[in-house]
Each structure stands twice: as C-alpha cells, then as structure tokens.
Design a binder for this molecule. Structure first.
Ligand code: IPE
Ligand code: IPE
Ligand code: MG
Length: 252
C-alpha cells in the first residue's frame, strides 16, 4: 500500500496517459457480462481522476474508446456509449468544483448525437477552469486512433499550404504538434497500461515518443489509487536521459 507521501512532489509527471484495459477479462473472471466490467471501470475512472487532481497533475489522458473499438459487437458499443453519457452527466458538477477542464481527442463526429451533445456541453462548461492556476485537464480519447490523428493533422496542414497560410518550408515538429488533438498540451511523461498487454493499440503514436512505459497486470476495474501511486513511484525512480548519458545528467 502506497501513500501519497512516498512521492516526491517536485517530480510529479505533468501528463499521464492511461490505456484503461482489462474490463472484459475482469468481468469474465467473475462470470459477469462484459458490460459489467465497463461499469466497474467507470468507478475506477472516478477514483483515478480524483487522485490525479489531488496530486496536481496538469493533464490526465484516458483512452476510453479507440477507432478500432467500433468493430466490437454493437450491444457492447451501445453499452459503452450509455456509460459514457451517464459518466459525463454525473461528473460535470464534480469537475466544476474541482477545477477540472474536460477536453477530448478523437473523431467525435462518429459518436452518437446525444453523447456528442453532452460531451460538448461539459467541455464548454468546464473550459473556464483551464484558466485557473491550479487546474487539471482531463483529456478523454474517444473514437481515437493515433494514425488517423496524424493523417488528419497532415491534411489540415496541406490545406493551409494550399491556401497560402504557410509553406512546406515552415513545417516543424512544433507546427505539426499544434495540429494534433493534443495541441498545447505537454507530451505524456508516463504511459500506464492496465490489463498486462505490451502494446500501444494505436494510442498517441506521436505524443508518446519519449514517455516512460508502465504496464501492470492489474485489470482496470481493480486499478486503485494505491496502484496508481505505485506507478508514479516507479516513474520517479526512472532516469530520463533523452538520448544523453547518465554522466551528462549527473554533471548538471
Ligand atoms: C478496455 O477493456 C475498455 C475498452 C476497450 C473500451 P476491454 O473491454 O478491452 O477489456 P479486455 O481487454 O477485453 O479484458
Ligand atoms: C485499447 O484497448 C483501447 C482502449 C483501452 C480504449 P483494446 O482492448 O481495444 O486493445 P487491443 O484490441 O487489445 O489492442
Ligand atoms: Mg482490451
């Protein structure tokens, strides 16, 4: 069991991204329908958002639904959309009270109209929170795919080139990043994946280039604030060299 006090408050990651995986297996282990796993997972989302806020993270990005997840059985997709809608409805007040500003990454035009409506409402209502000094951005990746995000950015930039806003010579990493869904956000320092799989599943392909990776066997519904703090403790033990040598870092 880890307490928050085991963390170095000066080395809290600015941005943590999480692949919330394992809801289905969690349910199966209990002979429950998959959707019950997703329902339990929603409670984990609430706990982890609260903990992230208490720890003063700047950004928490949660992979809630991938472009590939549209291929799941339609009943499961519908169930997930219903859970998403009720999550957003029930958390608006909490976000306002705790200075949490909602953003999203993904092809939200593909979401059912009622889900998109409440999503946009919560984003709009909590937008002012981002102006506050002590606030957190909760970025939900919804109908999100890393490759399609990159292609979309390239398309927007090509259109701007054609209309003369800038030319190919102006292309830079910063300009490219400013055309991604995550424009303006720092890159994730830490990627957590629950459920034990060692893959990215098309998540934040550009943004994760130097993130520390933390994979845990714990299924998402069982991922507690204690487990989250364990991941952060592990992160704080890493030496982030960004290509340089250990000696160079120590000399600084
Ligand atoms: C993650 O849990 C939630 C979503 C992808 C929406 P899964 O539903 O993928 O759970 P497993 O991987 O089947 O256990
Ligand atoms: C990744 O989980 C997507 C989300 C957590 C939303 P999946 O369960 O969809 O990933 P794969 O299919 O095992 O790669
Ligand atoms: Mg899965």
């Amino acid at each position: 069991m880890h307490e928050k006090s085991v963390l170095d408050p000066d080395r809290i990651p600015r941005h943590v991204a999480i692949i919330m995986d394992g809801n289905g297996r969690w349910a199966k282990q209990r002979s429950l329908p998959r959707i019950m796993g997703h329902k339990a997972g929603t409670e984990t989302v609430k706990n982890i958002v609260r903990t992230a806020r208490e720890l003063n993270l700047e950004v928490l990005t949660l992979y809630a639904f991938s472009t590939e997840n549209w291929k799941r059985p339609s009943l499961e997709v519908q169930g997930l959309m219903t859970l998403l809608k009720s999550y957003l409805k029930s958390q608006l007040q909490d976000m306002l009270e705790n200075n949490i500003s909602l953003r999203c990454s993904g092809e939200i035009e593909k979401l059912p109209a009622d889900v998109r409506k409440i999503l946009l409402e919560v984003i709009q209502e909590t937008a002012g929170n981002a102006e506050e000094d002590q606030s957190m951005i909760l970025n939900l990746a919804l109908s999100y795919g890393g490759r399609s995000e990159i292609v979309r950015a390239a398309r927007i930039m090509a259109e701007k080139c054609l209309s003369g806003r800038f030319g190919p010579e102006d292309f830079s990493e910063n300009l490219f990043a400013s055309h991604l869904y995550t424009a303006g956000l720092p890159d994730p320092d830490l990627l957590i994946r629950t459920g034990g799989e060692s893959r990215l599943s098309n998540f934040l392909l550009w943004q994760l280039s130097y993130a520390e990776l933390y994979i845990t066997e714990t299924m998402w519904p069982d991922f507690s604030p204690e487990r989250f703090i364990e991941a952060l403790v592990d992160f704080q033990s890493r030496e982030r060299r960004f290509g340089r040598t250990s000696e160079q870092l120590q000399a600084e």
